[in-house]
Design a protein around this ligand. Structure first.
Ligand SMILES: *Cc1c(COP(=O)(O)O)cnc(C)c1O
Length: 373
């Protein structure tokens, strides 16, 4: 772009780096003229969507001429019953990223600030700065901490000031996979002033198998300043459909819905999500594949003397003890796409999404080959 035109952008946007997604399979195939063997770059579910969801979507294709139900009556009713809340506590988004954006647009702006942790999900700074608010980044846990690179709740609390309107907490966090247990998280939310919203991003909720991991949606009654976000992109394997949601006090949801585009969630996404809620077997199976794959990958890292950040998500960050970018590039040539995380302040790590057994083995084989070079 011509530099004069770039200067036209608002200050927050001028200071932003665009979000870097995982390299699309088609792009690598186009660039290197090879067949991609494994894409383990975007925390997608290797099982794929539930066949029931696919069937439900096919059956609704004829309805494409009509606008979706802007209030998503049926899906909200199902979500409300699942979470034991009223429908007016729910805000639907075009992915949960959209909900994070709605939160920024409704509650942040020039002269206001959002607090989040270093190494936290990249959408928080984008949503914050895009609306002209200030990002206050709290230092993360030290490398020798039990939860290395994870959220330091005390540090986050101490960053909250009179300008702060939103605190973003990823539980578990992406890309680290670190998590917060019930007691400290509850104490944190309680300690945050009631005029500051605490957003707990639970995109990987269903994957977590730890008994001390909290379902914060149960705390909405106690904490009117709490917003919980969930998504259908991860365990439900519907990342391409774009649907997620927020749970909050009805008055907060009402504000979010004021800035929401009336048809932000398309009709197929509504139908697909509704159907996904009725396939618990698919969720169970996805968790099983992930648990098994995580075990395989982490024990392979241990065998190779490679340290990794303990993760409860469907991905794991491995420390290559050297700049990870060249290794990432070399893996691409093997047809294996993983995720460099230098933009998250982790230049020696690669983030690997857990794949099928075959994909995990192929990644390990390629890693061995590449590291031996
Ligand atoms: C993947 C992810 C999301 C979900 O994004 P969608 O917009 O729902 O696809 C949200 N938060 C975190 C931390 C994630 O990793």
């Amino acid at each position: 772009m011509h530099s004069d035109l770039a200067a036209l952008a608002v200050a927050g946007v001028r200071g932003l780096q665009p979000y870097e997604p995982g390299k699309p399979t088609e792009e690598l195939e186009r660039e290197l003229n090879i067949k991609v063997a494994a894409k383990l770059a975007s925390n997608e579910n290797p099982l794929g969507p539930s066949p029931r969801v696919v069937q439900a979507i096919i059956e609704h294709l004829q309805g494409l001429a009509y606008y979706p139900d802007g209030s998503a009556f049926a899906l909200k009713k199902a979500l409300a019953s699942r979470h034991g809340v009223q429908s007016d506590c729910i805000t639907l988004g075009n992915g949960s990223n959209d909900v994070l954006d709605l939160i920024a647009r409704a509650f942040l702006g020039p002269g206001r600030a959002a607090v989040f942790s270093r190494h936290a999900f990249a959408v928080y700074p984008i949503a914050t700065q895009a609306v002209g608010a200030t990002a206050r980044v709290a230092p993360a846990n030290a490398v020798d901490h039990l939860m290395p690179y994870g959220h330091d709740l005390e540090a986050m609390l101490s960053m909250i000031d009179a300008q702060t309107r939103v605190v973003f907490v990823a539980n578990p966090n992406n890309p680290t996979g670190t998590w917060l247990s019930c007691t400290p998280l509850q104490a944190f939310i309680d300690a945050v002033p009631r005029d500051v919203l605490v957003v707990v991003d639970e995109a990987y909720f269903e994957y977590v198998q730890e008994s001390a991991y909290p379902d914060t949606s149960k705390w909405l009654v106690r904490f009117p300043h709490l917003i919980v976000t969930r998504t259908f992109s991860k365990i439900h394997a519907l990342a391409g459909l774009r649907i997620g949601y927020g749970l909050s006090d009805p008055s907060v949801a009402e504000l979010l819905n004021r800035v929401r585009q009336p048809f932000n969630v398309n009709s197929l996404a509504q139908v697909g999500a509704l159907s996904a809620l009725n396939d618990d077997d698919h969720v169970r199976q996805s968790v099983e594949i992930n648990t098994q794959g995580m075990r395989e990958l982490t024990s392979a890292f241990r065998e190779r003397g490679l340290r990794f950040i303990p993760s409860v998500g469907n991905f794991v960050c491995v420390d290559l003890i050297q700049p990870a970018m060249p290794i990432y590039q070399a893996l691409l040539k093997e047809g294996v796409i993983v995720r460099p995380v230098a933009n998250y302040g982790l230049p020696n790590h690669l983030r690997i999404s857990i794949g099928t057994r075959e994909q995990n083995r192929l990644f390990l084989k390629s890693l061995d080959k590449v590291l031996a070079l």
